[in-house]
Design a protein around this ligand. Structure first.
Ligand code: G6Q
Length: 581
């Protein structure tokens, strides 16, 4: 593809964000409203939850407990419409397959992965649904995935001894691990419980060793997931897995070894050459994907193979449909009713105007235990950037804040850990609370208690407890026991409130709703990246550490190797380690 296919206007230099009139108006407005308390906002406008509420696709976004007025929203929406930012053009360009990942000269088409087969998606003359980059397109690969998933689930995929496969180990890291690992946890009730599915990512031998513990190699299949098939962690783990398998199979001939590998290893990659070099038959046992799928956006591609095996083709298709429904919501809904856009603007309001650097994602669902870790990569690898995408001369770097620090844990565990800081600390951390009306686990009144906690926390964060309320409460209960007077005790037990949150609800954590939820955050992050003028789709920041690690490896491995020229700190640490290995 020629660079001329870039939409030049998209990359035209644009004014600094902080110099835009829309930005300045928000700054002036911030000065006026920054002290408003959510108590006041709800008191003067008791019905605000009716307005600051979006309901679509069975999902609810209640954003009324935010420190905004109608005017704030109007100004934030005006920012989203700023012509020089061109958000609408950028959304259109992504869906049209323009090469918006400029630093890698790639299109960004994760939305194509969940596009219905019957709806052609033409990019540069090819219908990606059927054909992509001269090879099979989205749906032929999905067919291959479904066929494979069916064979494993039906016990038709046999290992070297003729026993059916019972254990599936996904080996991959970052974008080749977090998505399927998170979704597997999230969708446990939909998984085939006869199969054991595990995920190995860390190069620490503990991870692979523990994952293999107690498994019969004759029943174990490895899915090696690596877009590049050169990632140190993944290749090291894959090689050790191969050795483990061959030790057990003890093939007598090279041919028998190859057969054993063919039955126990499949690859998900874009690099057929390296896959073949590893010993996997790329023509039969490789699942392809494409340059235009970024690692952290790849769950709907063959990267989700282990998940497809675990939950089966039908559920995997439901997941894709959920993603697609949110893609359509994002592409077609006006900004004022567009969940990803509203979440993005609220994030900018707090990150850039209030200056709060982090936000928490708090799923009230144990099955989403890995959801925040997944979002951490999605958000922080996408928008943790400083270089501008459309700089003006001499202003290559932003002088405004970009991607926030994202963290969190499932509720209610977080309540008994870090919520203290959320309620009474000196920092304000806006939070997204996520919950579901129904649980898959009908266990006494557990789910009612879980939901009551979710609702209680958003209410407590927003409104707190005033001095008067507290004094009335304490004088009734008495303050005996602490040895402190009521006046002394009050400050410790006050809740200032005015801590904002969004609440996102759905009926049930099923494959479709999980897809909607993930796509909601994908698009939110994209909108923020466009407004902040950063490229959300590269990740150059992870390269330097990798280079230095390969430079250091020989010196760590072999004490005779000269110490590379590094700073005195790293040299002394290395020497300390070498003496003890
Ligand atoms: C994601 C990143 C990164 C990547 C891993 C694994 O967007 O690119 O997390 O997924 O580094 O890369 P491979 O799939 O090439 O092994």
């Amino acid at each position: 593809m020629e660079p001329s296919l870039h939409n030049q206007a998209l990359f035209a230099p644009r004014p600094k964000l902080t110099e835009l009139p829309e930005w300045r108006r928000l700054q002036a407005h911030y000065a006026e409203v920054k002290r408003l308390h959510l108590r006041q906002l709800f008191a003067v406008d008791p019905q605000r939850a009716q307005r600051f509420w979006i309901e679509d696709l069975g999902l609810v976004l209640d954003y009324s407990k935010n420190r905004i007025t109608d005017e704030t929203l109007r100004l934030l929406l005006a920012l989203a419409e700023t012509p020089t930012i061109g958000l609408r053009d950028w959304i259109g360009a992504m869906f049209a397959g323009k090469r918006i990942n400029r630093t890698e000269n790639r299109a960004v088409l994760h939305v194509a992965l969940r596009n219905p087969r019957t709806r052609p998606l033409l990019v540069e003359g090819e219908d990606l649904m059927e054909q992509a980059e001269g090879g099979p397109g989205v749906w032929p690969v999905l067919d291959q995935i479904f066929e494979f998933a069916h064979r494993v689930r039906a016990g038709l995929w046999l290992g070297y001894s003729g026993k059916p496969i019972r254990n599936v180990i996904n080996i991959g890291i970052g974008g080749s691990d977090l998505g399927p690992a998170m979704a597997f946890e999230a969708l446990k009730p939909y998984t085939d419980r006869r199969l054991t599915v595990r995920f190995v990512s860390n190069i620490d031998g503990a991870h692979l060793s523990e994952a293999l513990h107690g498994l019969d190699p004759a029943e174990t299949l490895f899915i090696i997931v690596s877009k590049t098939f050169t990632t140190l962690e993944t290749i090291t783990n894959a090689q050790s897995a191969r050795q483990w398998l061959l030790n057990a199979a003890s093939p007598k001939t090279e041919e028998a070894a190859q057969q054993a590998i063919a039955r126990h290893f499949v690859a998900v990659s874009t690099n057929a050459e390296q896959v073949a070099a590893f010993g996997i038959d790329a023509s039969r046992n490789m699942f392809g994907f494409w340059d235009w799928v970024g690692g952290r956006y790849s769950l709907c591609s063959a990267v989700g193979l282990a998940l497809a095996v675990a939950i089966g083709p039908q559920n995997f298709q439901q997941l894709l449909q959920g993603f697609h429904a949110m893609d359509e919501h994002f592409r077609t809904r006006p900004f004022a009713q567009n969940m990803p856009v509203i979440l993005a603007l609220l994030g900018i309001w707090y990150n850039n105007f209030f200056g709060w650097p982090s936000y928490a994602v708090l799923p009230y669902d144990q099955s989403l235990a890995r959801f925040t870790a997944y979002l951490q990569q999605l958000d922080m690898e996408s928008n943790g950037k400083s270089a501008r995408l459309r700089p003006t001369p001499g202003a290559e770097f932003v002088d405004w804040q970009t991607g926030p620090i994202l963290w969190g844990e499932p509720g209610t565990n977080g309540q008994h850990a870090f919520f203290q800081l959320l309620h009474q600390g000196t920092k304000i951390v806006p939070a997204d609370f996520i919950g579901f009306a129904q649980s898959h686990y009908r266990l006494n009144d557990h789910h009612s208690k879980l939901l009551a906690n979710l609702l209680a926390q958003t209410e407590a964060l927003a409104f707190g407890k005033t001095r008067e309320e507290l004094a009335a409460e304490l004088s009734k209960a008495g303050s005996e026991g602490s040895g402190m007077s009521l006046e002394e005790l009050l400050p410790h037990r006050l809740f200032p409130g005015n801590r904002p949150s969004n609440t996102i609800l759905a009926e049930k954590l099923d494959p479709a709703n999980l897809g909607k939820l993930i796509a909601l955050y994908e698009h939110k992050i994209f909108v923020q990246g466009v407004i902040w003028d950063t490229n959300s789709f590269d990740q150059w920041g992870v390269e330097l550490g990798k280079q230095l690690a390969s430079k250091l490896l020989p010196a760590v491995e072999n004490p005779q190797t000269p110490i590379p020229s590094l700073c005195s700190s790293t040299q002394r640490l290395l020497m300390w380690l070498r003496k003890r290995r």
